[in-house]
Write a protein that binds this ligand. Structure first.
Ligand SMILES: NC(=O)c1ccc[n+]([C@@H]2O[C@H](COP(=O)([O-])OP(=O)(O)OC[C@H]3O[C@@H](n4cnc5c(N)ncnc54)[C@H](OP(=O)(O)O)[C@@H]3O)[C@@H](O)[C@H]2O)c1
Length: 253
């Protein structure tokens, strides 16, 4: 049990990668707070599945893009589960807008993308840090995207928001290194979740062009999150690409 006695908060933990991360952490003995904003049923099912694994777990509703809700989310996690050792900023939001269609970037899309993907993680980190300091250290894992590095992804602002979260990862890692708080990022490649619900041809294209001949699974992401949360003891300020080799190897033409 790699996380016995530890407590993790996973934002957007009811679905997709967040679900896999919650269950991976629970299977290693961590208590888990499963955050959701809309997916209540899914989050409660994840919390129940975690409890079946023998750890304390609960689902907590909070819109992480709202400072007071993010603060309450962290406070409730600590009040109900007793401490906070690991924060995974997994919640994300996007709307597909092709990159040349700049007029399609409405104020709502611009603001919401930035609020959920950039301000949300920062709000959660700000609330979590004092608890981690109290616990003698902690690990923060931010889910970014290869979109930040490729200039390709669901929208220009989505790519920008994930690049910003990558930069914030580094700043936070420097600021809190002396407090034994490690801050790292995972940049997933294309993963088959309901994040965008791309048409099947997009999925097929991603599989076909992947150096490994497949796309990463939610379990691949959860394995990397577990590594960064507890095994990567000397690692901070890094981005781990879980993209089946796409960013580093694709394509030589
Ligand atoms: N799928 C991909 O190809 C891909 C690639 C690279 C990076 N990513 C990133 O991976 C992360 C997880 O996405 P996923 O693929 O697993 O898709 P997903 O299942 O749609 O997960 C997104 C999660 O974010 C939560 N969320 C959205 N807005 C929120 C808010 N304001 N407050 C709290 N939670 C909120 C959603 O919860 P509710 O339903 O409750 O709102 C949902 O659980 C995201 O950060 C995404 O940007 C995805």
């Amino acid at each position: 049990m790699k996380l016995k006695g530890k407590v993790a908060l996973v934002t957007g933990g009811g679905t997709g990668m967040g679900r896999a991360i919650c269950l991976k952490f629970a299977s290693e003995g961590a208590g888990v707070a499963v955050n959701y904003s809309k997916s209540q049923k899914q989050a409660e099912e994840v919390a129940e599945a975690a409890r079946q694994l023998g750890v304390p777990a609960l689902a907590i509703k909070a819109d992480v893009s709202q400072n007071q809700e993010a603060r309450r989310l962290v406070d409730e996690t600590v009040a109900k589960l007793g401490r906070l050792d690991i924060l995974v900023n997994n919640a994300g939001w996007t709307r597909p807008v092709t990159h040349r269609e700049l007029e399609g970037l409405t104020e709502e899309i611009l603001e919401r993308t930035w609020a959920v993907n950039v301000k949300g993680p920062l709000y959660c980190v700000r609330a979590a840090i004092p608890h981690m300091v109290k616990a003698g250290g902690g690990a923060i894992v931010n889910i970014t995207s290869i979109a930040a590095f490729q200039g390709a992804g669901s929208s220009v602002i989505y790519c920008g928001s994930k690049a910003a979260l990558g930069a914030i990862t580094k700043s936070l890692a420097r600021a809190f290194a002396k407090d034994n708080i490690r801050v790292n990022a995972i940049a997933p490649g294309f993963v088959d979740t309901h994040f965008v619900d791309w048409p099947p041809e997009v999925l097929e294209k991603n599989i076909k062009t992947s150096p490994m001949g497949r796309i990463p699974t939610v379990d691949d992401i959860a394995n990397a999150a577990l590594f960064l949360a507890c095994e990567a003891t000397g690692i901070t300020a890094q981005t781990v690409f879980v993209d089946c080799g796409v960013t580093a190897l694709q394509p030589v033409v």
